[in-house]
Write a protein that binds this ligand. Sequence first.
Ligand SMILES: Cc1cc2nc3c(=O)[nH]c(=O)nc-3n(C[C@H](O)[C@H](O)[C@H](O)COP(=O)(O)OP(=O)(O)OC[C@H]3O[C@@H](n4cnc5c(N)ncnc54)[C@H](O)[C@@H]3O)c2cc1C
Length: 399
Amino acid sequence: MTLPSCPDCVVVGGGPAGATAAHELSQAGRQVVLLDRAGRIKPCGGAIPPRLIRDFDIPAEQIVARATSARMVSPAGAKVDIPIERGHVGMVDREHFDAWLRQRAVDAGAVLIEGRFLRLERDPDGMAVVVWRTDRDDHAGPEQRLRTRSVVGADGARSQVAAQTVPGADRGRCVFAYHEIVAVPDQRPADYLGSRCEIHYDGRVSPDFYGWVFPHGATASIGTGSADKGFSLRRATDELRQRAGLADAITLRREGAPIPMKPLPRWDNGRDVVLAGDAAGVVAPASGEGIYYAMLGGRLAAQSVDELITTGDVRVLARARRRFMREHGRVFWVLGLMQRVWYANDGRRERFVSICRDRDVQQLTFDAYMNKRLVRSRPLAHVRIFFKDLAHWLGLVRA
Ligand SMILES: Cc1cc2nc3c(=O)[nH]c(=O)nc-3n(C[C@H](O)[C@H](O)[C@H](O)COP(=O)(O)OP(=O)(O)OC[C@H]3O[C@@H](n4cnc5c(N)ncnc54)[C@H](O)[C@@H]3O)c2cc1C
């Protein structure tokens, strides 16, 4: 493998955001180096919507399970089963999915190097220099440097690229999510379905988010998240395993990671760096969904870098965020409001699960998740939902 002496772009981070940016820039004919810290599987529930599968050409073999229904569980144990009509939620295994995305970038021409980004320096002529190190076993290799015309920072939540280069990035806040990957026994527990995602809204499982049981074929991801540092995510996960009948199942992995709570106010340094995915703070509030948004962020960052190299106009970097927020800013705002209102206490959670019985709510919510759009053709349904929500929120309707 020969490293180009000054590539068009160094993409830092080979998760969904970085691998997508590297793939699309390479396809556009740009010289790209993809720098990824090797050896860690991203902790993730792995649920992806059909829109992602379509927009990013994900082959069927990457989908390890297909969920055709979702079960919402309330604090009092009420269960609402929602069929997922006209499609399914795909489940990916991040160990193989991310590796496949990186390989796709390499096949398109990107040079992949394993190493840990340390810092961004500047040559005397102002050109960016990415400094990284290859960690082998227990000892750190020598520092290496590469001049580059641009950088995409896609190194995940608490991004080093963002903290060092983009003003205000160090102020982004995160919740912490934890999950356990368990082997599902051949003799399936009575209440476990390999085609159903379970979502538990319950203060015992999370005081401000939700817990999940997601099927992954032979395994399942069971976990929860919270911004409350004193809350025991492990104990809550034990509780979820009990409920799913998987308390005694073999645990294959225990792992956790931060999830950003809000898109950063800036995604670029006004010069030659642009952020994408978790590094830019982009995860949907209320659902914690980040893979689709990371890949879209990678695509938009690639477009901005491509335009920068063509035109030399540094203002094009800010377009990545503008384009993203134009398409998804409103949905993020609504989801943020929903999380604040409905996840505040168990009384509200009980009502929230109760309104999910409503067909209008089910159809609109799932269409928004599956296809990433709010359906404008059904304004009356929106009005009905607004008044139903209000009635539930004010306690005028019994949960
Ligand atoms: C427990 C949990 C469950 C989740 N469940 C879901 C779900 O079901 N569905 C969903 O859509 N989203 C889910 N998410 C969110 C989703 O995982 C993220 O939003 C998504 O992975 C973001 O992609 P990314 O490429 O921006 O970052 P990441 O996937 O975090 O990738 C960052 C990459 O950068 C590399 N890197 C980091 N630091 C360096 C460095 N210094 N040098 C070089 N490389 C570096 C890492 O090795 C990694 O490959 C979940 C998150 C968590 C924590």
